[in-house]
Design a protein around this ligand. Structure first.
Ligand SMILES: [Zn+2]
Length: 305
């Protein structure tokens, strides 16, 4: 087999479309020919890459399927040439057939990669929070597919991420919301963190004990730091200097103890304010009630400097 003959059938070889005799002949030629082996490797790589990166696009992206269709059409056209032409011009056809496929495949692969980059590129957003002290006891997770998975940026929390601290009960993790606010959680605790038009939303999805503090940053006028525990919620104004100790308790109520400033609270039925030095228990429904102050002996907050 000559190099020309080998290259004529190389694409079919890669695609697994050849009979066993032709396949064996090409195998034999490749064993003894470095140049064809090099071309084979390249073609193999391009084809595999093209198939692999196009796979997820097929159902949803017209772009990927167009590229693939064009690729298939071009390949079919190139494949048709030799059998429809007289043998005398077959060497010209061979050249036509083998050569132009290369830049096309390379171009198609580049286009698909570029398309993917455009489709999956998200504008760079700022983190909502950073984990500081005790970060080693927490994991930042993102919801992907059907599960929470650890993010690639362990200390940074983006909107929609959650902080999971389950493995080291009693440990405290500091959450820095930038100039506006900060928080501390005591493990075990799982918190969803979101940023929206009203400010920062913190949602425990199980029993959690938290310290929330706002820093009176003037630029955050009108915005809030809100903790939402099913129907029950407590919120602090970001433009004031407020600090609360909050327990999302196993009974479903929020116990809110205001250490500095004041807090707003509510549930499905009522809302109001808690003043400095007071503690309220806010159930999922009904009126809030006085509650025993959260026992400070069970929990010593480490105040960040
Ligand atoms: Zn060769």
């Amino acid at each position: 087999m000559t190099c020309d003959e080998c290259r004529t059938h190389l694409q079919e070889f890669v695609d697994g479309e050849l009979g066993s005799a032709e396949k064996a002949a090409i195998d034999a030629h490749l064993t003894g020919c470095q140049e064809c082996t090099h071309l084979h490797r390249q073609l193999n790589k391009f084809t595999t890459t093209l198939i692999k990166i196009s796979e997820p696009l097929k159902p949803k992206a017209d772009f990927g399927s167009k590229v693939l269709r064009k690729f298939e059409e071009t390949k079919a056209e190139l494949n048709r040439v030799p059998s429809e032409r007289p043998a005398a011009v077959s060497s010209v056809r061979t050249a036509v057939r083998t050569f132009p496929a290369w830049p096309f495949i390379a171009g198609a692969a580049v286009l698909v990669v570029a398309g993917l980059a455009v489709m999956f590129h998200k504008p760079k957003e700022d983190p909502v929070a950073w984990l500081r002290e005790g970060a080693e006891h927490a994991r930042v997770q993102v919801y992907e597919g059907n599960a929470w998975k650890e993010t690639e940026e362990p200390g940074r929390v983006f909107s929609g991420n959650r902080i999971e601290a389950l493995d080291a009960p009693g440990e405290i993790v500091e959450i820095d919301f930038g100039p506006a606010a900060d928080a501390m959680l005591r493990a075990p605790c799982v918190l969803m963190i979101e940023r929206n038009a009203t400010g920062i939303l913190v949602r425990p999805d199980r029993t959690c004990r938290l310290w929330l503090a706002t820093k009176g940053s003037g630029s955050k006028s009108g915005k809030i730091l809100k903790l939402l525990y099913n129907n029950a919620w407590v919120q602090l104004d970001l433009d004031g200097s407020n600090a609360v100790d909050v327990e999302a308790s196993p009974s479903g109520s929020l116990v809110v103890s205001v250490k500095t400033g004041s807090a707003h609270f509510g549930n499905a039925d009522a809302n109001g304010d808690v003043a400095e030095g007071y503690t309220r228990s806010i159930g999922q429904t009904g009126k809030p009630s006085d509650a025993a102050t959260i026992d400070p002996k069970t929990f010593d907050w480490i105040k960040p400097e």
